[in-house]
Design a protein around this ligand. Structure first.
Ligand code: BGP
Length: 466
C-alpha cells in the first residue's frame, strides 16, 4: 500500500480566481469580469479584479511552492488574456506572462499542468456568437487551443481542455448563478454537446501538431447514492447518475451519449443538434486521462414536485444552501446522518474511492488524476498563526482513500489539492478559504498555514506520513 514513486503531489488554482490584473497589459474582458459587476450576483459584490494578485507575485508564489516541495502546479490560462477577443489576434503580453510562469515552475522542478478553460470565456465571444450556444465558439476554442499548444507545448506536457463542464453549464443555463445566467434546459444540453466538440477538436489539434504529452478533461464527480432504499429514490438515483456522471463522461470516454437519457431529454426539451460527423469526431478524440474534481457525494431522493428546492451546493450570500434547481431528483441534506463542511458540502472520503471504481468499471483502466479536492472553510487565526487543522484532517482522509484505491488497482497518477493559495471563491468572495497559503486581504501578503507544513511532510515522505 504505497503511492507510486512518480506520483504527482500537486495543488491547483484557476486564472480568474487567483491572477487579478483583470484589465492589465491588453487583456480583454471575460464574461466573469462583467458578471461580478451585476449587483447581487456575488457575496458582498466581490470581484476578481485583484484576486490574490498572482499576476504580479507569481515568482514569490512559485518560490513558496518550491520550498514546500510541490511536485506539480495546476493552473489555468485566461483565454481573453492571450486572445482578447477570443479569436484572431494575440496579446503578446499575455503570452509572456504564462511563458514566464511556466519557465519559473520548470526552473524549480515543478511540473506545469495546464487547464485551457476554467470558465472565463472572452466576453467578445458571448456578445458576437452567443458563446457556447454556437458552433462558432467551437472554432474559436480550437484556434485558442492551437495557440497555447504552439507557444507553450515545448514545455507543457499535461493539458486539460475544460474544467467541470457540468458546473458552468448547470449554473450558466439553469440556475442563473453563473454567466450567461440563462434559464433554458435545452441550452444546457446543447452547449454541453458543443463543449464536448470543442474538447475533441483540441485533442485532435494537439495530435496533429505532434504534441507528445498527455491531454484530457476535468469533470466534477458527485457519485449518487439513493437516500433511502425505496424504489422511487433508486429511480431518482438513476436520473442523477445519468445526468451528472454518464452524460458528461460517456461522450469523452466512449464517444457516445447515454442513449436512454438522451432520448428522455430530447422528448422533454426538444431535439439537439448532434450530427453523425460530431459523433465520429468524439470517437476519434481519445483522452489520455480523466481528471476528476471531487468534493462530495449526492444523497438522492425522488423529486415529487416541479418546484425548485435548496441543495446547499452554491451560495452567493456568504452562507450555505441558498441555490436551487429543478429536476427528476433532488439532493438531500441530512445533518443527523452525515458529516458536512460549514458550507454544507458533505464530507465523505470513501465516496472518492468509490468514484474512481465507478470510472474504472464503466470506462476501463484509464489513468486518473484528482485535479481538485479540498475544504472550504473560515480558518482560525491564533496568535497570528493560521491553524487550519480541519483542512489537514479533510485532505488526510481523502488521501488515505486514494491510497486505498491505488491498492485496489486504480491507476491514480496524481492529486491536486484545491487550492494552492487562498483565492476568490466564485460566489462566496474571499470568505471561503481553501489554500495552503493565506493571503492577507489588506496588503496581499502571503503566510504559510499549518496545512502548508503538513503537506510538505506528506510530499517529502511520498505519503508515508499519512
Ligand atoms: C470547483 C471549481 C473551482 C473552485 C471549487 C470550490 O467547482 O472548479 O474553481 O471554485 O469548486 O468551489 P467554491 O469556491 O464555490 O467553494
Amino acid at each position: 500500500m504505497t503511492f507510486p514513486a512518480d506520483f504527482l503531489w500537486g495543488a491547483a488554482t484557476a486564472a480568474y480566481q487567483v491572477e487579478g490584473a483583470w484589465d492589465k497589459d491588453g487583456k480583454g474582458p471575460s464574461i466573469w469580469d462583467n458578471f461580478v459587476r451585476i449587483p447581487g450576483k456575488t457575496f458582498d459584490g466581490t470581484t476578481g479584479d485583484v484576486a490574490a494578485d498572482h499576476y504580479n507575485r507569481y515568482k514569490e508564489d512559485v518560490a513558496l511552492m518550491a520550498e514546500m516541495g510541490l511536485k506539480s502546479y495546476r493552473f489555468s490560462i485566461s483565454w481573453p488574456r492571450v486572445m482578447p477577443k477570443g479569436r484572431g489576434g494575440v496579446n503578446e503580453k499575455g503570452i509572456e506572462f504564462y511563458s514566464n510562469l511556466i519557465d519559473e515552475l520548470i526552473k524549480h522542478g515543478i511540473v506545469p499542468f495546464v487547464t485551457l478553460y476554467h470558465w472565463d470565456l472572452p466576453q467578445a465571444l458571448q456578445d458576437e456568437v452567443d458563446g457556447w450556444e454556437s458552433r462558432e465558439c467551437v472554432d474559436a476554442f480550437e484556434e485558442y487551443a492551437r495557440l497555447c499548444f504552439e507557444r507553450f507545448g515545448d514545455r507543457v506536457n499535461h493539458w486539460i481542455t475544460f474544467n467541470e463542464p457540468i458546473v458552468f453549464q448547470m449554473f450558466g443555463y439553469v440556475t442563473e448563478a453563473h454567466p450567461p445566467a440563462k434559464s433554458n434546459p435545452h441550452l444546457l444540453y446543447q452547449t454541453s454537446h458543443y463543449v464536448n466538440l470543442a474538447h475533441a477538436r483540441a485533442v485532435k489539434a494537439y495530435r496533429e501538431i505532434g504534441g507528445t504529452g498527455e491531454i484530457g478533461i476535468t469533470n466534477v464527480i458527485n457519485p449518487a447514492y439513493p437516500y433511502t432504499d425505496s424504489v422511487a429514490d433508486r429511480e431518482a438515483t438513476w436520473w442523477s447518475e445519468s445526468y451528472s456522471f454518464h452524460w458528461y463522461y460517456d461522450p469523452i470516454l466512449k464517444g457516445e451519449y447515454p442513449a436512454e437519457y438522451l432520448a428522455a431529454i430530447e422528448e422533454a426539451y426538444g431535439k439537439l443538434d448532434i450530427t453523425e460527423d460530431d459523433i465520429s469526431l468524439l470517437k476519434q478524440a481519445k483522452s489520455d486521462f480523466i481528471g476528476i474534481n471531487y468534493y462530495q457525494p449526492s444523497r438522492v431522493a425522488a423529486n415529487n414536485s416541479e418546484t425548485s428546492h435548496s441543495n446547499g451546493r452554491e451560495s452567493n450570500t456568504g452562507a450555505a444552501g441558498t441555490a436551487s434547481f429543478c429536476g427528476r431528483y433532488r439532493t438531500v441534506l441530512d445533518t443527523e446522518q452525515f458529516e458536512y463542511t460549514k458550507w454544507l458540502w458533505e464530507i465523505c472520503p470513501d465516496a472518492l474511492r468509490d468514484s474512481m471504481h465507478r470510472i474504472k468499471d464503466r470506462y476501463g483502466d484509464i489513468p486518473i488524476y484528482i485535479t481538485e479536492n479540498g475544504l472550504g472553510d473560515e480558518d482560525p487565526i491564533v496568535n497570528g498563526e493560521v491553524l487550519d487543522e480541519a483542512r489537514i484532517d479533510y485532505i488526510r482522509r481523502h488521501l488515505l482513500a486514494c491510497k486505498q484505491a491505488i491498492s485496489e488497482g486504480i491507476n491514480l497518477k496524481g492529486y491536486y489539492a484545491w487550492s494552492w493559495i487562498d483565492l476568490l471563491s466564485w460566489l462566496n468572495g474571499y470568505k471561503k478559504q481553501y489554500g495552503f497559503v493565506y493571503v492577507d486581504r489588506e496588503n496581499l501578503q502571503r503566510k504559510k498555514k499549518q496545512s502548508y507544513h503538513w503537506y510538505e511532510e506528506v510530499i517529502a515522505t511520498n505519503g508515508e506520513s499519512l
